[in-house]
Design a protein around this ligand. Structure first.
Ligand code: ATP
Length: 139
């Protein structure tokens, strides 16, 4: 069964959007198989965004994810084509380009505060699920 990692980032938590994001995936028919509320460590955030480590915004991104002003909700969702459909439901990474009806298209405009994260491939889903839910029996 296909699984993906979806996160509500600190701005999404702070703005009270956890329930809306969960509801969208539930209504679509996807199954929630793991969920945790946490302030990620810097090591976790750096590993999660390892592909972006050379970008100028990397330090700011890691600080924003880990500074504890609000936590992150990490989730594992399961169901048909959930990796691809999850990304479609989130909308474009840059919210200025995200269509209406998507999470980002409905709620935000700024790339550095785009509310949510979703794995972009089977490989990253597997990596991110084991990174965020590493403990035996967690998901
Ligand atoms: P996500 O993994 O969050 O779904 P993505 O895989 O579509 O996004 P990436 O290019 O990997 O896009 O960017 C990951 C995250 O880094 C973005 O969601 C955003 O929070 C942040 N980011 C990307 N580009 C910028 C930028 N130019 N300025 C600030 N933050 C950025």
């Amino acid at each position: 069964k296909e699984r993906t990692f979806i996160a509500v980032k600190p701005d999404g938590v702070q703005r009270g959007l956890i329930s809306d994001i969960i509801a969208r995936f539930e209504r679509r028919g996807y199954k929630l198989v793991g969920m945790k509320l946490l302030v990620p460590s810097q090591a976790l955030a750096r590993e999660h965004y390892a592909d972006l480590s050379s970008k100028p915004f990397f330090a700011g991104l890691v600080d924003y994810m880990t500074n504890g002003k609000a936590p992150v909700v990490g989730m594992v969702w399961e169901g048909p084509s959930v990796i691809k459909q999850g990304r479609i439901m989130l909308g474009a990474t840059d919210p200025k380009a995200a269509g209406p009806g998507t999470i980002r298209g409905d709620y935000c405009l700024t790339i550095g505060r785009n509310i949510c994260h979703g794995s972009d491939s089977a490989e990253s889903a597997q990596k991110e699920i084991s990174l965020w839910f590493g403990g035996k029996g967690e998901v």
